[in-house]
Design a protein around this ligand. Structure first.
Ligand SMILES: [Zn+2]
Ligand SMILES: [Zn+2]
Length: 623
């Protein structure tokens, strides 16, 4: 909250200083002017605000009490507020007895609500929500709902976040379905949404199981059908109800009808199936009972939706008390002449000369004259750094001939690399990278590649970012796999990774296509001549090879982009398997022996197709 010292508008000056177009609100008995950030004026009586809304009241009072107010007697004091004219105007229509105004878009309404929430205007907040609900409703389409959900998360508006999260349940929630919408919100908001979605599903599955066992709460009893489930309701209905648990968006009257029509059509000639003749009242009762279960589950899941709080950089979350830090005895560094202090207040005694030798940043920093009152410990100057003690401990152990303090996770290796990059310690950075390569330092294991990608790209560690991105291709990319790591992602970083994956998939298809070309100098031209192709044998590939390549290609085309891209590691096995179906052909066996590197080259080309597309560093991407 920023307020500027108030100024006054003199009555004489008002025609020019306060043009009518800029005066949006003029209440009888006005004794102050509220001014919006875009300079609109609102003349209001002070008491009606001060008495009802303590936070705004305090801002007004502070402005009035400020020394500049001494000569304001004849004029109205101006209280500057950071909101726009439109928002402030709408807000005041809920404070004074006038026709309430709701902003023209749901986005602006979210902002209005956030302002009312910020000033803790509880009654106004309720009033705005009620008026909005009468005049409008929150969007039902996926993309607009995601936008409003993102805003509600941003402004901390729980009812709206919940309402739109419920709407989003009407749509499947997978990375494929969210594909081009991933950058609408932060990874943290997306993670909360996904967690809520999962909770709803878990609760639904259990509530619906109970519902099925109760014969749909007795609404479907005694119905004859050739295919009854163990809970004595028709299997088609049982399966439909069960499916809602896994895919809440199937909770839709039309979906129930589709399931019924399909069953009735299949059993058209069976007199023992009465499903075509279920009275419409029974169907309605069933639907209402189902709806009450589903809504009950939604309500139970409400507490699962959390609002995102400002996420701390995990780097500073490393708690020295619980970490496995074993500080080497700083006193063993003889003749230390400088103390560097970690963010968690651990002092490390070091030599200026060592730091200035490896880091131009420290060289410049330490050459600055120190203020006379700067802190010293045992007569040594103290330099405060933003890194934690665990990280500094590792860093110093690399600078000095000590046993290296090995970071206990790859994430920490990345933070160490980032610190050495920040202080321009090129040689230190190279030595850390060498230790990773040699396996002395941890490497990202399995799906850790996803969080490694986010950290590395956020810190501008290009080689680590590229190798992590490549490593993510070995794993499916789903919300389940990303898990909590999703919180680290900015939405656009997730989308970048999706784009990268898609480009790699396309490259792999192109690569396989290039192997299906039979003309020289294509790599497959050596295979021309398989007698099985008869007179066309010089113009086409042997059938077994052509089939292998086109099938691999088509599989790649068909697979979801979130599936792993591991064709390079599978191709040799499949190549040998295909060839084994064709061992009778002397020609192909000869080529196989003579061109023994053919498959190795294919593997390499496929691996390169995954490497070709460099990922953009986050800095570029964020523009
Ligand atoms: Zn039936
Ligand atoms: Zn052959």
């Amino acid at each position: 909250m920023s307020t500027v010292p108030h100024e006054t508008v003199s009555p004489q000056a008002s025609p020019t200083d306060e043009p009518l177009a800029k005066l949006l609100f003029n209440r009888p008995g006005a004794d102050i002017i509220l001014r919006s950030q875009d300079c609109y004026h609102f003349r209001v009586p002070k008491t009606s605000i001060v008495n009802n809304f303590p936070i705004l009241g305090e801002i007004i009072q502070r402005t009035l009490d400020s020394p500049g107010n001494a000569n304001a007697e004849a004029n109205l004091p101006v209280v500057q507020l950071p909101e726009s004219g439109e928002i402030l105007h709408c807000l005041l229509t809920f404070v004074f007895p006038v026709t309430p105004l709701i902003p023209s878009t749901p986005e602006d309404t979210m902002e209005l609500l956030s302002v009312a929430q910020k000033y803790q205007m509880g009654s106004v907040l309720t009033h705005i929500r009620a008026t909005f609900a009468q005049q409008n409703s929150l969007p039902t389409g996926l993309e607009p709902a995601l936008h409003i959900y993102a805003l509600a998360q941003k402004y901390g508006l729980r009812p709206e976040a919940l309402q739109t999260a419920r709407t989003i349940l009407n749509y499947p929630m997978t990375i494929e379905d969210f594909d081009n919408k991933l950058d609408i919100m932060s990874g943290a908001s997306l993670y909360e949404l996904w967690k809520y979605h999962e909770s709803v599903r878990i609760i639904l599955v259990s509530d619906l199981a109970e519902f099925r066992m109760s014969c749909a709460r007795g609404t479907i009893t005694g119905l004859r059908c050739t295919d009854l489930s163990s809970s004595q309701i028709p299997s088609w209905l049982d399966q439909y109800i069960e499916s809602i648990g896994n895919t809440p968006n199937l909770f839709d009257y039309a979906e129930l009808n589709v399931a019924m029509v399909r069953h009735v059509r299949d059993k058209a000639n069976e007199i023992d199936c009465e499903c075509a003749f279920i009275p419409s009242q029974t169907i309605r009762d069933l639907w209402n009972a189902l709806a009450s279960v589903v809504h009950g589950s939604f309500e139970k899941a409400e507490s699962a939706l959390s609002l995102v709080r400002e996420q701390e950089d995990p780097e500073v979350q490393i708690n020295p008390a619980t970490s496995t830090l074993e500080p080497f005895d700083v006193h063993h560094i003889p003749d230390a002449n400088l103390i560097i202090r970690s963010s968690d207040l651990v002092n490390f005694r070091v030599h200026k000369s060592v730091l200035t030798m490896v880091s131009p940043i420290f060289r410049d920093l330490l050459s600055l004259p120190q203020p006379s009152d700067s802190e010293t410990v045992d007569g040594l100057p103290v330099v405060q750094l933003s890194e934690g003690s665990e990280l500094l401990n590792s860093l110093i152990s690399i600078l000095y001939p000590f046993r290296t303090a090995i970071p206990n996770s790859y994430d920490k290796v990345l933070y160490l690399l980032a610190a050495s990059q920040k202080y321009e310690m090129g040689s230190v950075q190279s030595s850390i990278r060498a230790k990773v390569k040699l396996g002395e330092f941890p490497v990202p294991k399995g799906v850790e590649a996803f969080s490694a990608y986010v950290i590395a790209s956020g810190k501008g560690l290009i080689p680590e970012m590229e190798s992590a991105a490549r490593q993510t291709l070995d794993h499916p990319m789903t919300f389940e796999i990303l898990g909590e790591g999703l919180r680290l992602f900015e939405g656009w970083a997730l989308r970048d990774l999706v784009d990268f994956r898609r480009r790699c998939g396309d490259n792999l298809v192109t690569c396989l296509d290039s192997y299906r070309v039979v003309e020289p100098p294509g790599p497959s031209s050596v295979w021309r001549g398989c007698p099985e192709n008869g007179s066309r044998r010089h113009f086409v590939l042997p059938k077994w090879l052509d089939q292998l390549l086109s099938q691999s290609r088509n599989n790649l085309k068909l697979q979801k982009f979130t599936d792993p891209l591991v064709i390079h590691s599978r191709i040799r096995g499949e190549y040998l398997k295909s060839l084994q179906t064709h061992l009778r052909c002397k020609f192909c066996l000869d080529v196989y022996v003579k061109e023994s590197t053919f498959c190795t080259e294919l593997e390499n080309k496929l691996e390169q197709a995954r490497d070709k597309e460099l990922v953009r560093p986050l800095d570029d991407a964020s523009i």
